[in-house]
Design a protein around this ligand. Structure first.
Ligand code: 6PG
Length: 231
């Protein structure tokens, strides 16, 4: 799954940089994407040399409200697995301020930064070249959880929300943002995700099932263990 995802990432990066001179990607957190990030950073692999890292702008789909040097932080994981190993200019890594004592304000600041970066008018949404997402065993994605207040947000680009698992305080991009992306890649591994994946395929409106780019492509990369468990 990681190697297939790395190929998709590299293809999307090359295409965006050729077309627009930059690649703007929203990274997923959790543990699943770590193997993808490590594959991209691997100097022995084909992707570290092929991705125009100096043109890559990294954003985050969500973040835990923890310090950026916490092992629970999504930006910490991305730095360990990828960002410290490739030449992305520091100014092009746009992290959510998980250390903020005011997550609502941190979400507003992130939204303002995204609006500035994408030069958005008020009603516009950012069109990420690629949004990476994972899925929890309950069918959540980013930090949009079943029954969570963030799931129905239609206006805001980024909000503070709570998770039923620790760390419970989160900052997340909203469904309209993921659904405005040019490409969305959902990464699912492990038998534990089988039930949620089966429910997504059956049409249950789980958060992960509500990711449908309005004008873009959606690719689910599911490993054998999850696919067999979903059968
Ligand atoms: C997070 C992620 C979250 C993750 C799923 C799957 O901050 O944890 O954004 O949505 O993708 O919980 O997590 P695993 O990859 O660890 O199974």
């Amino acid at each position: 799954m990681a190697l297939a995802a790395a190929g998709e990432f590299a293809r999307a990066a090359a295409s965006a940089c050729a077309a627009r001179g930059a690649f703007r990607v929203a990274l997923a957190g959790g543990t699943t994407p770590r193997s993808l990030y490590e594959a991209l950073a691997d100097p022995r692999g084909p992707w570290r040399a092929s991705v125009p890292w100096e043109k890559v702008h990294v954003f985050f789909g969500d973040e835990r409200v923890v310090p950026p040097d916490s092992r629970l932080s999504n930006v910490w994981m991305a730095k360990q697995a990828l960002l410290r190993h490739v030449p992305i200019p520091e100014a092009q890594v746009h992290r959510m301020r998980g250390e903020s004592p005011d997550p609502d304000r941190a979400a507003e600041e992130y939204e303002e930064m995204v609006r500035r970066h994408f030069r958005l008018s008020f009603a516009e949404r950012p069109r990420f070249d690629l949004a990476l997402l994972g899925m929890g065993e309950d069918g959540h994605t980013a930090s949009l959880f079943p029954g969570g207040r963030g799931l129905e947000e239609k206006e805001r680009l980024a909000i503070a929300t709570t998770a039923p698992v620790e760390p419970s305080q989160r900052i997340t991009l909203t469904l309209p943002v993921f659904n405005a992306a040019a490409e969305v890649l959902v990464l699912v591994t492990g038998a534990g995700k089988g039930r949620a994946f089966a429910r997504v395929r059956a049409g249950d409106p789980l958060p992960a099932a509500r990711v449908h780019p309005v004008d873009g492509t959606l690719l689910w990369l599911v490993d054998r263990a999850a696919a067999v468990a979903a059968a």
